[in-house]
Ligand binder design. Structure first.
Ligand code: ATP
Ligand code: MG
Length: 186
């Protein structure tokens, strides 16, 4: 264990969208659904960071200027190399979102933070699967994905993003918003 804080940068979801995602989760018979308060859209995973690094991150993100934009969730899919690990709601192609991810990563790097950058694949995780699924689970999953391919809740306005800390435990992760950064209207 390191002494750092497990941190990420993410967009919180409005209640209406979380309700739509909860309805989507109810149709899935396998895996562990993400609790409603944990549903989010990750911009960057920073991993373990020290208090000092988080201060720098906060300063850098406070100085970031970007405009509000809309996000359209679209479809459901799974992620996992050998076996599906998680089920997510997809995000319709969104240049403003991609630009915000780049701006966040650049601001944090310029502030001296060190973290591995992954290819940005915007998504909202709705359930996690553990262990290799059996044939019946794979069948159920296929059926679920086909049945919800048309998932398309109303678009929502992104008017800010946050710096989050994740507290892991056997009961699952609990997230804590350390700071929120507003985007400017228009
Ligand atoms: P758990 O890991 O207990 O299932 P969790 O995934 O919700 O819970 P974290 O692992 O702390 O909690 O993840 C916080 C956020 O960072 C989530 O959006 C997660 O997808 C993302 N994340 C976690 N680890 C990585 C990683 N190695 N690479 C990219 N993103 C990650
Ligand atoms: Mg995790």
């Amino acid at each position: 264990m390191t002494a750092g804080h497990r941190t990420f940068v993410a967009i919180a979801l409005p209640e209406g969208i979380r309700d739509d995602l909860a309805a989507l989760q109810r149709g899935l018979a396998i895996g562990r659904p993400v609790p409603p308060e944990n549903l989010h859209l990750t911009l960057a995973f920073l991993g373990d960071q020290t208090d000092e690094a988080l201060e720098e991150a906060h300063l850098a993100l406070s100085g970031l200027r970007a405009a509000t934009f809309d996000v359209q969730l679209a479809g459901v899919d799974v992620l996992g190399e050998q076996a599906p690990r998680l089920v997510f709601a997809g995000v319709a192609p969104n240049p403003a979102l991609a630009q915000l991810e780049r701006a966040v990563v650049q601001a944090l790097r310029a502030a001296g933070l060190r973290f591995a950058r992954q290819r940005f694949r915007p998504h909202v995780t709705i359930a996690r699967l553990s262990g290799a699924p059996g044939w019946s689970e794979i069948g159920a999953l296929r059926h679920y994905l086909a049945g919800h391919a048309g998932f398309r809740p109303p678009p929502f306005r992104v008017d800010g993003f946050g710096l989050w800390r994740s507290h892991l435990s056997r009961k699952g992760a609990r997230y804590e918003e350390l700071a929120r950064y507003a985007l400017s209207a228009g």
